[in-house]
Ligand binder design. Structure first.
Ligand code: IMJ
Length: 260
């Protein structure tokens, strides 16, 4: 079976809680037999650490590591641990995004230089150094999957600087695909997920309008689930998708095909 991920070692970033899309991805990768490494965002009180540890314990991750992508030494330390524990790597899942709350409301022209830098550093740039350190560890046929959103190519109210960051992320997927493909058949793809109620979306004004709009207009007349995104990520990290690289695949109940 080409979708068997047994024995494949995959690093999953971006789990914050049980609504995280990354959590849906981790569960489906586990169900397909993958061995997981999980990263969490370290904070002073260790809240994410204990929450993510408890949540992911049933998946028996063989690595559980802190990762704040704004700290280069933490990126190096993650791949040091991956090399020591696993030696090689078959996949990496990048589900990281952050913009200041004030940047996600009102006019895009009000974006500050600091807000712009931070959003692009965390949400787009971070994929590059993660790939740089993963590259020497990747087995033949390994894969990288990241998450994007339609706001990268359409002007969606309040998405603002995150849309610009996702546009940069989608372009990064193409450049990394061109870089990682030739030597080791490593594929890099993005999943453009439709709106889902998560920690990253619940805090946002207008998200419910967006969800209702999808329920009314998407070809499937519903939103998608974390599990559906997880299944597509599993496909993209399996040999079933061996001919696909550099793409943005829409898991959005068909929403983006509509003209209006
Ligand atoms: C985010 C902002 C505005 C509109 C939005 C979203 N719509 C959707 C999202 C319509 C679906 C969620 N999304 C796709 C994101 O990428 C969210 C990223 C995000 C969310 C927050 C909230 C809390 C915070 N910073 C954030 N940074 C990035 O402080």
């Amino acid at each position: 079976m080409l979708l068997d991920l047994k024995g494949k070692k995959i690093l999953v970033t971006g789990i914050a809680n049980s609504r995280s899309i990354a959590w849906g991805v981790a569960q489906q990768l586990h169900a397909a037999g993958a061995e997981l490494g999980i990263t969490y965002l370290p904070d002073e009180k260790g809240r994410f650490e204990s929450k993510v540890k408890d949540l992911t314990a049933p998946l028996n991750p063989s690595l559980f590591l802190p990762l704040n992508v704004q700290d280069h030494s933490q990126i190096e330390a993650v791949f040091q641990s991956v090399e020591e524990k696993w030696g090689t790597l078959d996949g990496m899942v990048h589900c990281l995004a952050f913009a200041g709350k004030e940047e996600l409301v009102g006019n895009y022209s009000a974006t500050t230089a600091d807000g712009f830098s931070r959003a692009l550093e965390i949400s787009a740039y971070s994929l590059a150094p993660l790939c740089k350190y993963a590259k020497p560890l990747f087995n033949k046929g390994a894969g990288v999957v990241t998450l994007t959103y339609l706001g990268a190519e359409r002007a969606i109210p309040n998405y603002n600087v995150m849309g610009v960051a996702k546009a940069a992320l989608e372009a990064s997927v193409r450049y990394l695909s061109a870089e990682l493909g030739p030597e080791h058949q490593v594929r890099v793809n993005a999943i453009s997920a439709g709106p889902i109620r998560t920690l990253a979306s619940s805090a946002i004004g207008g998200i419910l309008d967006m969800i209702h709009n999808v329920e009314e207009k998407a070809p499937l007349r519903r939103t998608v689930t974390q599990k559906e995104v997880g299944n597509t990520a599993t496909f993209l990290l399996s040999d079933l998708s061996s001919g696909i690289s550099g793409q943005t695949i829409y898991v959005d109940a068909g929403y983006c095909i509509n003209g209006m």
